[in-house]
Design a protein around this ligand. Sequence first.
Ligand SMILES: [Zn+2]
Length: 249
Amino acid sequence: MNDSQLLRYSRHILLDELGIEGQQQLLASHALIVGAGGLGSPVALYLGSAGVGHITVVDHDTVDATNLQRQIAHTLADVGRPKSRSVQQSIAAINPDVQVTVISQRADAALLNDLVKNADVVLDCTDNFTTRHAINRACVQHRKPLVSGAAIRFDGQVTVYDPRDEASPCYACVFPESSAPVEEQCATMGVFAPLVGIIGSVQAAEALKVLVNVGKPLTGRLLMLDGRSMGFTELRMPRNIKCPVCGHH
Ligand SMILES: [Zn+2]
């Protein structure tokens, strides 16, 4: 690390759990962020400011006026631009050390297979069941930790699925593909603005912890937030040995 990096990351370096070694690990890490909306915004800004050296952002969408209420990585000037480009510019304005790779296309199984393979941690910041399952499959196949967040109305959920941990469930263990709920899209549902900030910030924290192997991740625990009462509850999630995605065949 050079002098300006020692200064920039001094508050991380001062943490006993991180130190210079941990910060160097972050600088050498590659995070894949799928979705550059309400959850992806705080995730990208925190991973970027914290000095995750390489960040890949995938999003096929463009910024529109209804996004600005909660998607804090985008500004009025970004309306009409690809969200992934907008996020790249926002990270660059904070920390030019970080290399951001932009993928402005829909995250399908083939693309995810390629991208997940090269990532150290994957962050699911999407809002639909199909993509969530495709991300999960790729993470199980390549044994990559997946930090998953969801937020709708006043309700949020966040957890870590880690295929490297024998006891960890995968997304499909907890939310089987066969039990697909009626799709709830942000396009038609309300979302309390700071809720995505809270859940996205927890996702960023968990991803940084996983990258430097600090503390105890949310693996096997689904953290649920009721924003109305600001109450957090935790649900233990066992692995399903008959899971068609991660089960023993
Ligand atoms: Zn599973």
